[in-house]
Design a protein around this ligand. Structure first.
Ligand SMILES: NC(=O)c1ccc[n+]([C@@H]2O[C@H](COP(=O)([O-])OP(=O)(O)OC[C@H]3O[C@@H](n4cnc5c(N)ncnc54)[C@H](O)[C@@H]3O)[C@@H](O)[C@H]2O)c1
Length: 444
């Protein structure tokens, strides 16, 4: 059996960099390759561009078995196995943009050699590995399954959650042949305690999409429940906490200002696009997308409602946004719902500033770039604060002690002493004074 000890990782982002470092720490020789010269320069300077890898950890990998190179410098032909971890975005009409995957396949076409194992790791629709990815690499004259092994092995890391990168999180692998599956699984077992083999790359591609669409659909479901709770005078957070006491058959999802990041708002469209080739409309995906995409507009409406309560309009109001990263405790602001919230407020005439301890500058959905400000001056300046992301590093006590009016989209006000109608919570309505219960509408 082939003993693979030299690995190349193509694409050194949130997925590829941790993978490359994990392999290097496991004692394999690793060549990390990226198309971006700026990224390679940053890495060579020992600065980690992602939250979950410390500079120290990067530097010790670089002084050990990891080297990082631009595509022009790369010697990918020397590797036994190549993992491809490039982005899989969608375009403005929400169709898959396979550009980076196809470019990486083209790079491998020019460098692949007989005997190598190629593993695609980017999240994508079923049929990518065996279809366009394979076809481009085979333009080299070498054939998959004969001259080189081919497999798909999705990534499960959840940035900001170190437990998701732990060895005991099982990995899925589907090879084109049983030999490819075994070979990829053997390699991944250096860094994962359990590798789950699947019958094909297509099955592994579909399993990864199932995981992410499951999240998207359930988030949409609780977002819709939040809107209903607002109308019925119920507190969706109380309702969810109550349901979550059931020890079986229930999984807790929470509402919010929308979904963001590289995965949840993007990956479902890979499947709905592919489904149409089979004359199949995936209504769950379309519906969940519709509901989640509408949430930022609802947040803008809540801001209008909060200001209206004080006899004010959005037009001309100073609106402070707290948190623009797409989720707590990370600097990743890709596809953040904050972009649509800020643009929506600005389009209605509001003046917007933001504070985020992890994000120094932020581009809204209309392309306007703003620099962040410190929390105290934001609270001082704003007539209303909108909480979009509840980072641990925000001084919540300071915020709720001093802000006069807050729209809280993530229940960050829970546990704080609030005055009557100080906070308007998504899915729950106004913060309550002692007699507030009687103000709620009776059930209709
Ligand atoms: N971020 C996550 O939480 C996560 C989790 C699981 C799976 N995924 C999937 O993993 C894939 C990578 O996502 P990411 O978040 O790491 O992306 P990223 O944008 O953080 O990193 C991708 C890197 O690939 C480089 N790149 C782009 N095209 C290239 C090419 N042709 N050759 C070499 N390098 C190239 C970019 O410069 C960048 O450094 C995506 O398919 C994504 O859906 C992401």
């Amino acid at each position: 059996m082939t003993i693979d000890s030299r690995v190349a990782v193509v694409g050194l982002g949130y997925v590829g960099l941790p993978l490359a470092i994990a392999f290097a720490e496991a004692g394999l020789d690793v060549e990390g390759i990226d198309v971006s010269e700026a990224r390679i320069a940053t890495l060579r300077a020992g600065r980690s561009p992602i939250d979950d890898i410390t500079d120290d950890r990067l530097q010790s990998a670089l002084s050990g078995r990891l080297r990082v190179e631009t595509q022009a410098e790369a010697r990918v032909g020397e590797a036994d196995a190549v993992f491809v971890c490039v982005p899989t975005p969608i375009n403005t009409t929400k169709d898959p943009d396979l550009g980076p995957v196809l470019a990486a396949a083209g790079f491998l076409r020019d460098h692949v050699r007989s005997g190598q194992l190629l593993v695609l790791q980017s999240t994508t629709y079923p049929g990518t590995t065996m279809g366009p990815f394979r076809e481009i690499v085979e333009e080299s004259g070498l054939s998959a399954g004969g001259d080189f092994d081919l497999a798909y092995a999705p990534e499960r890391v959840n940035p900001g959650d170190p437990a998701s990168a732990a060895r005991d999180v099982p990995r899925l692998v589907g090879g084109m042949t049983p030999a490819a599956t075994t070979r990829a699984a053997t390699l991944l077992s250096h860094i994962n305690d359990r590798v789950v083999p699947l019958s094909s790359p297509d099955a592994a591609e579909m399993a990864k999409l199932l995981e992410n669409i499951f999240r998207n659909v359930n988030i949409a479901f609780v977002n819709q429940l939040a809107l209903l709770c607002e109308r019925m005078g119920l507190d969706v957070w109380e309702v969810i906490d109550a349901a979550a006491t059931k020890p079986f058959g229930f999984m807790r999802f929470t509402p919010g200002p929308g979904v963001g990041g590289h995965c949840i708002p993007v990956d479902p469209y890979y499947l709905s696009w592919r489904a149409r080739e089979f004359d199949f409309v995936d209504r769950f995906i379309e519906l969940a997308g519709d509901i989640n995409l509408a949430m930022p507009r609802h947040v803008v409406d809540l801001v209008a409602e909060a200001l209206n309560d004080r006899g004010l309009a959005i037009r001309g109001a100073n609106v402070g946004v707290v948190g623009v990263a797409f989720k707590p405790n990370v600097q990743d602001d890709r596809n953040s719902p904050a972009a649509a919230v800020i643009a929506g407020i600005a389009e209605r005439g509001g003046e917007v500033r933001f504070h985020d301890p992890h994000v120094p500058t932020f581009r809204d959905a209309d392309g306007v770039v703003r620099d962040g400000v410190d929390l105290a001056s934001l609270v001082d300046w704003a007539e209303v604060i909108v909480v979009v992301t509840d980072h641990r590093a925000v001084d919540w006590v300071g915020l709720y002690d001093s802000a006069q009016l807050v729209v809280d989209t993530v229940n960050s006000s829970d546990g704080h002493e609030l005055t009557d109608r100080q906070v308007l919570r998504l899915g729950a309505g106004w913060s309550a004074g002692p007699h507030a219960m009687s103000e709620r509408p009776a059930s209709r």
